[in-house]
Design a protein around this ligand. Structure first.
Ligand code: HEC
Length: 132
């Protein structure tokens, strides 16, 4: 009685292929989910203030003026550091969202919480990004 074995041998590759296709579909689904998390979540998470600030293009010159008035007392007139840290190269440590949070959140006393208009914040960001 060898006949019962015959269907198994022909069915096995089909089953394997189905398994492979499901596995590939699963991998594809996981990739889509990861991309969605990485790309969409940060955008969705940022608040309207951050979003409108990031849409504006800032002026480094106005940003420097704002910096001299509001920030230089602690960070130094050349942002070289005083009470607050040296800000040269800060954009390598913090991305634009984190820089905005740093300025508006007040989460790291003694640095106060600032509430600049989005345009002023965009100017400050541009200035901070010029500090190499
Ligand atoms: C009263 C003093 C003070 C003022 C005013 C101030 N800061 Fe700060 N700032 C600090 C201190 C202190 C820290 C360090 C906080 C910490 O991480 O513990 C800091 C941290 C920062 C950082 C993060 C630095 C890093 O290495 O990650 C940035 C960016 C920054 N300040 C920008 C600004 C800007 C822009 C302004 C003006 C709008 C400002 N600060 C005004 C005291 C000040």
């Amino acid at each position: 009685m060898t006949s019962p074995a015959t269907p198994t041998t022909t069915a096995a590759p089909t089953a394997n292929r189905r398994g492979l296709i499901s596995a590939l579909l699963l991998v594809a689904a996981v990739c889509v989910a990861v991309v969605a998390l990485v790309v969409l979540l940060p955008a969705a998470r940022s608040d309207p203030y951050t979003r409108s600030t990031l849409q504006l293009s800032g002026s480094g010159e106005r940003g420097e003026q704002l910096f001299l008035i509001n920030c230089a007392g602690c960070h130094g007139i050349a942002a070289q550091g005083l009470v607050g840290p040296n800000l040269h190269g800060v954009h390598n440590r913090k991305n634009n969202r984190q820089l905005i949070q740093q300025v508006v959140s007040g989460r790291t006393p003694p640095m106060p919480r600032f509430q600049p208009e989005p345009q002023a914040m965009a100017d400050l960001l541009t200035y901070l990004n010029t500090l190499t």
